[in-house]
Design a protein around this ligand. Sequence first.
Ligand code: MGD
Ligand code: MGD
Ligand code: SF4
Ligand code: MO
Length: 738
Amino acid sequence: MTEHRTAAHRICPFCEAACGLEVELDGQQVSRIRGDNADVFSGGFLCPKAIGLKDLHEDRDRLRTPLIKRDGQFVPASWDEAFAEIERRLLPIIARDGADAVGTVLGNPTSHKMNLLLAFPKLAKALGSRKMFSASSIDQVPKMLSVGLMFGGWMSVPVPDIERSDFLLILGANPMVSNGSLWTVPDFRGKAKALRARGGKIVVIDPRRTETADVADAHHFIRPGGDVFFLLGLVHALFDENLLRLGRLEEHTVGVDQVRAAVLPYAPERMAARCGIGAATIRALARTLATTERAAVYGRIGTCTQQYGTLASWLIDVLNVLTGHLDSEGGAMFPQAAAFAANTRGKPGVGRGIISGRYRSRVSNMPEISGELPITCLAEEIDTPGEGQIKALLTIAGNPVLSAPNGARLSAALDQLEFMVSMDIYLNETTRHADVILPGLSPLEDAHYDVTFTQFSHRNHARFSPPVLARPAGVPDEWDTMQRLIAILKGHGSGADIDALEDAALLEELVKTMGDAAPQVMAALTPQRGAERLLDLGLRSGPYGDQFGRKPGGLTLAKVKAAPSGIDLGAMAPRIPEVLRTVSGKIELAPQMLLDDLARVAADLDAPAPELVIIGRRHLRSNNSWMHNLPVLAKGAYRCTALVHPGDAQRLGLLDGGSAQIRNGARSIVVQVELSEEMMPGVVSLPHGWGHNLPGTQMGVAGERPGVNLNALLDENLRDPLSGNAVLSGVAIEMRPC
Ligand SMILES: Nc1nc2c(c(=O)[nH]1)N[C@H]1C(S)=C(S)[C@@H](COP(=O)(O)OP(=O)(O)OC[C@H]3O[C@@H](n4cnc5c(=O)[nH]c(N)nc54)[C@H](O)[C@@H]3O)O[C@H]1N2
Ligand SMILES: Nc1nc2c(c(=O)[nH]1)N[C@H]1C(S)=C(S)[C@@H](COP(=O)(O)OP(=O)(O)OC[C@H]3O[C@@H](n4cnc5c(=O)[nH]c(N)nc54)[C@H](O)[C@@H]3O)O[C@H]1N2
Ligand code: SF4
Ligand SMILES: [Mo]
């Protein structure tokens, strides 16, 4: 290395795998990005998206100064002007209509930015609105609800212990492309290969023969939305064939008999037609699952974004429990995160459980889940007049105009708002509607710790990334931007001393949680501030922490910082009953809300398969809606194609490479057809996150090949009634050449 060449470490901010990267710098220029071979968690793995970090950092479209809309045009503004504008326009709305007139939207990249994630709860508290929305309700709320009911925590999601497992049954997930979700597992391919090399097996259940199916031992097509029927058949077979084997879970589980009674009507022979998987296959899978010592069932977005999302999510863990694979080595286990996990705090083994539906949405009467309403209710909450109507909106790292169903209605609704603020790095399909845009830093200018993904990691670890590059002078990080907004909301004014306010707020919080120890703890955390101070607090008071001196040698932020490639905290270890936070202190196998919902299943047993349905798809070089402006990832073959089975194509007169109209009621889009034997007959696949041809955006590269918006076709009123999650998969369509 020459003198001015240096290397820095950064956790990749692009997906849940959270790979440790080594960023080589030539002065302030990124010269190379590769996997950090010494990383204790990812061991050098990376995917093609990682190198996009350089393009993102250098992207000229990435916003660097606030924008204020004046007479319909965005003009660059100073930070002081932007905050003053927000104060001037937002506060009168709250004064007039109350805090519920202000909605907030939290998008996916929030999870990849410690500053946003740790500051947002404080902003939400300062605002005090019940109109909170996030990408969770087009993603994983069904899983959050099912594990919440079963284990007592929204985030208590068991994840496959892949390195010690001998059988994985994977439904509705494509970790070869997505790199894992609610399961932080870098290098899935390598781990799957090792599993098979030691004699293990992987079976994939998916309406498309995916990249993951390609590295598995078997793949079965399933009718989209059919998972609940398939899973009920499996659970039925376990009881029917005396395959139950709860082992040590027995004394910690209630509800086994209720589940037995509930699944009685759902013999595999009765389920086969509805799910598209034969009874013999279902029974054989039940036997393999029950008789393999180390095995796990895992389901992801395909099992959530459908009308039975919560039931399917629940049944996956019912299978894990009944076969004794939950909380057991090589099975589905609970990570123990070093900081911030609710299931590591408070009294172990028992708790208040979760409560949903404390309030409901105004228009569609959907229940609140974990303090949020379904994002598919956002447009109607804005465009339906009446008391409680949303008049102002704050979006944070979210692009719901593309990522949620019926963006056209949402776009029109956003134009009706009296005021909208977006914290975002692009002027895109959603933020074009804002009155003020507040940019965030490039990930290379920001510190990071994975608050979220350490809670879903297949192996426990702690890693911290300091900023790789200095941030531009005078530009606040997203923590400070949120502190300014908090100061405005609390009436201290946009020019307040945010450091002093933050100190006072933290001390107050510490006094509440720690009593007399608060001043001492405050002193121990000082002079750090911001998210890093909270992180130090979380680590030191967490399960591996030094407990502020009471456990010498325990974790502190300083200690984690001293290990640039991270600290390994070991394989997952059994946590039942300690991890539970249910009222009973038991695993609740048969929550009443879920048993009741089986009535919908019973009524739907004989529904014929629609002639054609549509599902989604992800691509390795893309991430949801926002990475299409990075040249290194955007190049290559056109990816926003509709995959159609050749048999369907022939029947419908569709040609490979030709264009076709897809119609869902009054909505339609025009797509490019790609014939593919990967597809289950009767199922079409189109990726989401495209459609960059709306006016008023500033994403030059993305605009060159805009693609088509799958969500323009989908119905915002179709939801899983329990969780409110959008139905994005298995929607009936018509298709014809054009
Ligand atoms: N049909 C269909 N729709 C889907 C899905 C599907 O499978 N099918 N998947 C859904 C899923 S799982 C998810 S998570 C959602 C995602 O939906 P969203 O959460 O809306 O995520 P994105 O579309 O990725 O938009 C991310 C936004 O964050 C901004 N951003 C990126 N980095 C930063 C940053 O560092 N700071 C700030 N302030 N902003 C930043 C981007 O510019 C963009 O505006 O999409 C969902 N939509
Ligand atoms: N490269 C890349 N990686 C990503 C993302 C990305 O956009 N691109 N997005 C990130 C985000 S936000 C998330 S949430 C995760 C998602 O992570 P995954 O859940 O692994 O995502 P997908 O690749 O969409 O896999 C879902 C699978 O479900 C299948 N499917 C559709 N409908 C059904 C159904 O009814 N039943 C069953 N059994 N299967 C069905 C689809 O064919 C697809 O193969 O990925 C993350 N990682
Ligand atoms: S797998 Fe995900 S975290 Fe790893 S390099 Fe790729 S985008 Fe980044
Ligand atoms: Mo997601």
